[in-house]
Design a binder for this molecule. Structure first.
Ligand code: PLP
Length: 352
């Protein structure tokens, strides 16, 4: 080891799902939306004046903040936008998880949380989910430096009730509780209305899943004005110009088209429910999902084998070779046509 290496911030990075370059792959591995973005997004891209690129973008993303504030009936001063919710959550960790007490999150959850905790030197503890992959709110009734979990949870798809979430927020008035609602649009109930009662709640959402814009990188947080001010203070101390002007424009268009949003989300929910029936017929077990994916396991065939066999047939799902997860597949809901091909492949794999 060289001497200077002892001064390096060394981290084990988060590993995102594979983005294969091949065409013809059925991609059910990163929870992307199988449908295109709204028409207004496509038009805004076509009409974009490249001369704008000479100029710095609006550092406060005012138009997008305004559109989101209207959509969620909050004040613009309650909205923070970032480059994907990963950027928003990372900023929020830096801003709000700044004590010597450990932050807490479930043992099975989004695998980025522990990475951010380590990169920012935030102590953390995990709490086990119960045998049905549910959160026990009593586990969160302890001294801590803050709380985060996704609702619905990832990679399980399990959605907790608003009452349970409220009990956790209520029991922790001295820390910030972040609810990562990346998948809330697929059938869960958002805790945004709880903001009226609790100033220590931060709700984080993304355009990557329900709004078909994973490639554009748009995420946002909604919270009490003070929280949003603190977040902006940190953001403007790191990089003022996070979101480019083209992305700000298409973000506004995506928020405005409520009817298209509802249409594709409902379509994905329909396909998900059909997928549950089909997976059950094939013998899979899984917790009930309220997201755009299903976390499934088969009693007769190891998940690793099914994963490899699917891959050989050019169907990608997500698999983690990690304790507690290594006999599960996380299957993103695609189009009906994609899912039919997937079911056929599964039937074939399970026959052998
Ligand atoms: C996908 C996902 C995110 C991040 O999405 P972005 O593309 O960065 O907006 C955050 N949290 C969870 C639980 C996710 O699954």
């Amino acid at each position: 080891m060289r001497n200077w290496e002892s001064n390096v911030r060394r981290v084990v990075p988060y590993v995102p799902g594979e983005q294969p370059k091949d065409n013809g792959i059925i991609k059910l591995n990163t929870n992307e939306n199988p449908y295109p973005p709204a028409d207004g997004v496509i038009k805004a891209l076509k009409d974009y004046d490249a001369d704008n690129l000479r100029l710095y973008p609006d550092p406060s993303s005012e138009e997008l903040v305004k559109a989101l504030a209207e959509r969620y009936t909050v004040k613009p001063s309650q909205v923070f936008v970032g480059v994907g919710s990963d950027d928003v959550i990372s900023m929020a960790f830096m801003t709000f998880f700044n004590s010597n007490k450990p932050i807490i999150f479930p043992d099975i959850t989004y695998s980025f949380y522990d990475v951010w905790a380590k990169v920012y030197n935030i102590p953390y503890k995990t709490k086990p989910l119960d045998e049905n992959f549910r959160i026990n709110p009593d586990d969160y009734n302890c001294e801590n430096g803050g709380i985060i979990f996704p609702n619905p949870n990832a990679p399980t798809g399990v959605c907790e009730s608003l009452d349970k979430i409220e009990s956790i927020i209520k029991a922790n008035p001295d820390v910030i509780v972040m609810i990562d609602e990346a998948y809330i649009d697929f059938g869960g109930v958002s805790c945004i209305p709880l903001l009226k009662k609790y100033d220590n709640l931060l709700v984080i959402q993304t355009f990557s899943k329900s709004r078909s814009l994973a490639g554009a990188r748009i995420g946002f947080a909604i919270g009490n004005e003070m929280l949003i001010k603190y977040l902006n203070d940190v953001k403007f101390s790191v990089n003022s110009y996070t979101m480019n002007s083209l992305t700000q424009k298409i973000g506004v268009e995506a928020v405005k088209d409520e009817s298209y949003f509802k249409k594709i989300v409902n379509k994905i929910i329909q396909t998900r429910e059909r997928t549950k029936i089909k997976l059950k017929e094939l013998g899979f077990t899984f917790p009930d999902s309220k997201s755009n994916f299903i976390f499934a396991s088969h009693p007769n065939k190891p998940a690793s084998e099914i994963f490899e066999e699917l891959k050989r047939r050019k169907i990608f799902v997500r698999y983690w070779d990690k304790p507690m997860l290594n006999n599960y597949l996380r299957i993103t809901i695609g189009t009906d046509k994609e899912m039919d091909i997937f079911f056929e492949a599964l039937e074939d794999i399970l026959r052998n």
